[in-house]
Write a protein that binds this ligand. Structure first.
Ligand code: GDP
Ligand code: MG
Length: 439
């Protein structure tokens, strides 16, 4: 994910005492790729990197005592400003009742967010009224009524056959009758943006003059969320975005792009299904979290000291996917020859300590040479798919590498065993966050 890729890049940067323009250019190329991989909008990534480069290549970094640290600081600041820099609060000024209108596609989380928002406003001492203005789906009214009951927040009694604009206008009456000072409109959504929906939302806007028109968008949809935001903003003039399902979004592309592409700030983020899972969005904290590599960084650092970092990561990935083949095995053997033990490599994976018999997998120097020779006598196809290595192939491989068929058999057996163990290790490790994030 994004944090890991950036961590890796900065790790490499830290290896240099002084930074040249070339070092910085390399690192920034990596940063750009990491952003693109995180589903950040292409132009946003490009502009971002250009902005960082301008600052980084100047005095700021070259003359610094800790150049790599300085680059990281610049990246962090620029990430934060990409997302708007300052946290933007809800607009709750103006004559009550204040109207907050939720818009967005179906399933984005409008109804849930309306409930969360009602809870948040009630917590601020306001008296919200929930207004179901989604009559497309009869269940939508019920859903909001249930949330209201759970929260002890009144819900306008919408006519399921009514016109959404009329419903909202009537809700104003309900609000004044009940002494509510905030209306939260839960509008209809579609699977895709269409004209009748937009026209309906526009009419509600005209009649109610909401102080907030909040697009509720699903963070997990990445660039799609950005496109949706653009379309809604063009038509309705959004005042903010509520990004939902952020807790499940490993990439962060929507969070990083929406503001830069549309100019609309993310005001709140949904971080779970429960009604208290709504938080103000702080660009600086989000940037910190993206760069807050923590345990991942230390794992990568450890990995780098015992094993070439990239190879270790590729290996871990293959192990988790159970794609480890004889080609990888040979590569690993070469690494072991260069520097150390399989034990130390496996030891980097959380959970590996629980496995017994790892020492048994430690071949001696001569054995290592023989294994390498055997694998080198195989065809690429055989290395990728060891199961195709039948008796006649074993004979050929043995002859080619100057060993006996029994040696070939033993190697294949060891490999199968090692692979099984790796699968076990990555299963154990998968339960821990650290490894998951490393992968
Ligand atoms: P609507 O069609 O836009 O009104 O969407 P709903 O409010 O009905 O939500 C659709 C689904 O998304 C529901 O299962 C919600 O529980 C879920 N959901 C909404 N917000 C979040 C969030 O922040 N995190 C998670 N994990 N689920 C959410
Ligand atoms: Mg809904």
């Amino acid at each position: 994910n994004l944090s890991d890729r950036l961590a890796e890049t900065f790790k490499r940067l830290k290896g240099h005492g002084k930074l040249s323009e070339a070092n910085i250019a390399d690192a920034l190329r990596e940063v750009r790729l990491a952003l693109l991989e995180a589903d950040v909008n292409y132009k946003v990534a490009k502009d971002f990197v250009a902005g960082v480069r301008e600052r980084a290549v100047g005095q700021e970094v070259m003359k610094s005592l800790t150049p790599a640290q300085q680059v990281i600081k610049i990246v962090r600041e620029e990430l934060s400003s990409l997302m708007g820099g300052q946290a933007e609060g809800l607009n709750l000024i103006g004559r009550p009742p204040q109207v907050l209108m939720m818009v967005g596609l179906q399933g984005a989380g409008k109804t849930t967010t309306a409930g969360k928002l009602a809870r948040m406003l009630a917590g601020m001492g306001k008296k919200p009224l929930l207004v179901p203005a989604d009559v497309q789906r009869p269940a939508a009214i019920e859903q909001l009524k249930k949330l209201g009951a759970q929260l002890g927040v009144p819900v306008h009694d919408s006519d399921p056959g009514g016109d959404p604009v009329d419903i909202c206008v009537r809700a104003l009456g309900t609000a004044s009758r009940l002494g509510c000072d905030a209306l939260i409109l839960d509008t209809a959504g579609r699977l895709h943006i269409d004209e009748p929906l937009m026209a309906q939302l526009e009419r509600i806007k005209q009649k109610l003059q909401p102080g907030e028109i909040l697009l509720v968008a699903d963070a997990m949809t990445g660039q799609d969320a950005v496109n949706v935001a653009e379309a809604f903003h063009q038509r309705l003039g959004l005042s903010g975005v509520v990004l939902t399902k952020v807790e499940g979004d490993a990439r962060g592309g929507a969070a990083l792009s929406i503001r830069a592409v549309t100019g609309v700030p993310i005001k709140l983020v949904g971080v779970g299904e429960k009604l208290d899972a709504l938080e103000p969005f702080h660009p600086d904290r989000m940037a910190g979290r993206i760069l807050g590599m923590g345990d991942v960084l230390s794992l990568v650092e450890k990995a780098a000291s015992a094993f070439e970092q990239e190879k270790a990561q590729a290996l871990a990935k293959k192990m988790a996917k159970n794609e480890f083949d004889l080609e990888d095995f040979r590569e690993q053997i070469r690494q072991i020859r260069k520097l150390g033990s399989l034990e130390s490599i496996l030891g980097m994976l959380p959970g590996a300590g629980k496995l017994k018999g790892m020492k048994d997998m430690q071949p001696d120097e001569k054995e290592i040479g023989r294994v390498e020779a055997i694998i080198s006598s195989m065809t690429p196809g055989e290395r990728a798919k060891p199961q195709i290595i039948d008796a006649s192939r074993r004979k050929r491989i043995a002859a080619g590498s100057g060993v006996t068929v029994a040696d070939v058999n033993r190697l294949l057996k060891n490999f199968t065993q090692a692979k099984k163990m790796m699968k076990q290790v990555s299963k154990l490790g998968g339960k821990r966050k650290g490894l998951k994030r490393l992968l």
